[in-house]
Design a protein around this ligand. Structure first.
Ligand code: SF4
Length: 233
């Protein structure tokens, strides 16, 4: 995997140092102090979590926010939690990930052709960021998108990621309003900037344990993303 470009390094540094949202920063640091019983021997990352992946990515995978005991603990998106345990084996099967498991930042996992980020970079209480916190974090996504110049497909995991990305497009003047784009699992649009937008249910335990989202449904979206990105099947 190529090294991060200077512009991606700048974005990553800015995210890690960000303290715009006092509520979220306090929550993440508190979680890092208290910790879950299973992780008492670990030092939590407890900082904003930057994006991760291939700087030449054609597919952007956009989630909601770090998990309190997942990415907020490990410092890498979808690493060390149930959502990642569901997602990475499928990304591995489809060639996007070098390994099927993501356990910690230094586990050697690499992404090919994909970049993973979220609309909010700090774990929110109850997985529910406030609207002003989503707005505060939007500039990080804008900067990341500007640095990821090869993106062709954006896969939004869940409605909040979908709405957050559309808000970004409105701010950038790419679309006039969000209402023309309805979120659904498998929803697919071509945006005026020629990017493909795909909707996918979030691989949270709430969805995967209840059968709302299964592996076949999830894989289907990423097979389509792979096709649209021009990767060979
Ligand atoms: S959620 Fe985003 S804007 Fe808010 S403190 Fe974290 S990184 Fe900064």
């Amino acid at each position: 995997m190529p090294a991060l470009s200077p512009s991606l390094n700048v974005v990553t540094d800015a995210i890690v140092k960000c303290d715009r949202c006092p509520r979220l920063r306090a929550y993440c640091e508190d979680i890092g102090q208290v910790r879950r019983r299973a992780y008492l021997d670990q030092t939590y990352w407890a900082k904003p979590v930057p994006g991760f992946g291939d700087p030449r990515a054609r597919v952007l995978i956009l989630g909601l926010a770090p998990g309190a005991h997942g990415a907020n603990r490990t410092g890498r998106p979808f690493t060390g939690d149930g959502s990642g345990d569901f997602m990475y084996p499928i990304l591995h099967d489809l060639g996007f990930a070098s390994k099927p498991r993501a356990t910690h930042r230094d586990d050697g996992l690499k992404l090919r052709g994909a970049w993973i980020a979220s609309v909010v970079r700090c774990a929110p209480p109850g997985d529910k960021p406030a609207p002003d916190e989503i707005r505060a974090c939007a500039s990080h996504l804008a900067a990341e998108l500007a640095a990821l110049r090869r993106i062709r497909v954006v896969v939004c995991l869940g409605r909040i990621a979908w709405d957050g990305y559309l808000a970004q497009l409105v701010s950038a003047g790419v679309i006039a309003r969000r209402s023309a784009y309805s979120f659904a699992h498998g929803a697919e649009y071509i945006l005026p900037n020629r990017l493909h937008l795909l909707g996918c249910y979030h691989p949270s335990l709430r969805n995967t344990n209840t059968g709302r989202l299964d592996k076949v449904m999830f894989a289907r979206v990423f097979v389509r993303a792979s096709e649209l990105a021009g990767f060979e099947g």
